[in-house]
Write a protein that binds this ligand. Structure first.
Ligand code: ADP
Ligand code: GLC
Length: 489
């Protein structure tokens, strides 16, 4: 049994703003089932600290460059047997708002300090200098918030092995040189081969440059990020690390996302009864969102962060053309004010066809994915994407742009894939509103051929998107670093 420390800024249901929370809430459970001893380290955000019933302080210690001592509070990830440690440092984490932004959606002014503290605590736990009776063999870091950890550990010997997973290369944690100085990071790390990025401090470079292995969340995205178009300025470094870079597709938590046992739904349904089930959920959703009850016309939806990555602008361009035909559209999301306003005014303009909910609502997300006919994801880039996987499992047909994990998970309905039964969605190329409009029109044409549509829905529902395969891939990656029989370093 290997000891693996997950260093992540999100883990559902303790804290989640997107797919990172889903992955770090479910992959540890899958690894635990495979016999690994996985623990999670998280910042003690106010929301997370108040979500757990039993919270026990296990150690208290001082961290360099931080005035007050910090404590680790132990709990279990609710509903699982996975142990989690929350870093109790109220001056940095006991705040309203999201993990990254204040209540006005502005980044916290001290995110550099907050996540340097997080990374330092992880490095201290990893070195065994916190009096905690547990020391990892492998430190598995996720996204820029944990990026300094592999860098801080790199000069130590012995040290645990490190893995860094990129969930989204667009978010890099870049701060001014002043931050580097104020954080009192080792001066050797100020180099273009280390944390320096065009004269600034880059947290994500700490992970990419120093981890023993770098992974990302789909094979296609692993290739894409090595190109200038998708590399966000780091494609050179990623090509340099190509031998240690893998794409491992995300899985989903099949208990959390199971249409047969989903308490959020008006009418849970199984594969056998999906036609009746989906009809009931569609009607309930139309009623809930104030749309006319129309079982006969396609209902399309999106549940997403409303940011450029997700191609919200493409949807806004395509909608006026699409709404000339019988079609209803529902959107649930939060994000850039411009997108929130533009979508809300669409809903005002087309009250019988468009319903928009601005906000974050986990249960409504489930009801939308169950109640709609097709889920639209015109992403500019998509490291993996989980909502298309949830849709497939719920018999909802994804309409996706053929990028990243979307290209790896959705099989476009063509004559050939329909004939051999592999088709489960609609995938399109091109980054324009017209391309999206054409794809949705193709999907609506399929919708009106009932038998074909039901075949698409069923093919999605039949597949296994659980962590079964991908957790094994992570295990094989860990094997390269620490043999399975290996004990402590
Ligand atoms: P990303 O991580 O880029 O946001 P993913 O598709 O990987 O994209 O994961 C998004 C996750 O966040 C899904 O679980 C989705 O249901 C959830 N989500 C996004 N926006 C909302 C929202 N407004 N309300 C509820 N859940 C949301
Ligand atoms: C990121 C990506 C998304 C991915 C998720 C979990 O937020 O945008 O594509 O599914 O992380 O890995």
């Amino acid at each position: 049994m290997r000891r693996i420390l997950f260093v992540t800024s999100e883990a559902h249901p303790l804290i989640k703003t997107g797919g990172l929370g889903d992955v770090c809430g479910s992959l540890p459970q899958a690894l635990l089932k495979l016999g690994e001893d996985v623990r999670i380290l998280l910042p003690g955000y106010r929301f997370a600290m108040t979500r757990v019933r039993h919270l026990k302080t296990v150690v208290e210690f001082r961290v360099p460059a931080v005035a007050d001592p910090v404590r680790l509070c132990e709990t279990r990830l609710p509903g699982t047997s996975v142990k989690a440690w929350l870093i109790d440092a109220p001056a940095f984490y006991d705040r309203p708002g999201s993990p990254y932004t204040d209540t006005n959606h502005q980044p916290w002014h001290d995110n550099d300090v907050r996540f340097a503290l997080f990374a330092r605590v992880a490095a201290m736990v990893a070195q065994g200098i916190t009096a905690l009776q547990w020391r990892p063999d492998i430190v598995h870091c996720h996204d820029w918030q944990s990026g300094l950890t592999p860098a801080l550990l790199s000069s130590l010997s012995p040290r645990p092995a490190t893995v860094f997973t990129i969930h989204n290369l667009a978010y890099q944690g870049v701060f001014g040189y002043d931050s580097f100085a104020a954080l009192q990071l080792p001066s050797a790390l100020w180099s273009y081969t280390a944390l320096e990025y065009h004269g600034q401090l880059s947290f994500i470079k700490g992970g990419i440059a120093f981890a023993d292995r770098v992974t990302t969340v789909s094979p296609t995205y692993a290739n894409e990020i090595q190109t200038p178009d998708f590399g966000h300025g780091l494609d050179g470094l990623l090509r340099h690390r190509a031998a240690d870079l893998r794409g491992i597709l995300n899985g989903i938590d099949p208990r959390e996302w199971n249409p047969a046992r989903d308490n959020a739904l008006a009418a849970p349904y199984t594969q056998r009864k999906f036609i009746v089930g989906k009809r009931a959920n569609k009607a309930a959703l139309q009623a809930e969102l104030g749309l006319p009850l129309r079982p006969d016309i396609p209902l399309m939806g999106m549940v997403s962060r409303l940011v450029e990555q997700k191609g919200v602008d493409l949807l806004l361009q395509a909608l006026p053309g699409l709404l000339k035909q019988p079609l209803q559209v529902v959107v649930l999301g939060t994000g850039q004010a411009y997108f929130e306003q533009a979508l809300s005014s669409m809903a005002k303009h087309y009250p019988t066809q468009v319903a928009v909910v601005i906000g974050y609502d986990e249960a409504l997300a489930h009801r939308i994915i169950a109640g709609i006919d097709m889920f639209v994801m015109p992403s500019r880039f998509e490291p993996c994407g989980l909502t298309q996987l949830y849709s497939l499992r719920y018999g909802t047909v994804p309409v996706v742009r053929r990028v990243g994990g979307l290209a790896d998970t959705v099989t476009d309905a063509t004559e050939e894939t329909l004939a051999d039964g592999r088709a489960d969605g609609v995938a399109f190329d091109g980054e324009t509103g017209d391309a999206l409009q054409a794809a949705v029109q193709r999907a609506t044409a399929l919708y009106h051929q009932q038998a074909v549509w039901h075949q698409l829905c069923l093919q999605g529902m039949r597949q296994d998107f659980s962590w079964r395969h991908s957790a094994l891939e992570y295990q094989r990656l860990y094997d390269e670093l620490v043999p399975r029989t290996g004990e402590n370093l």
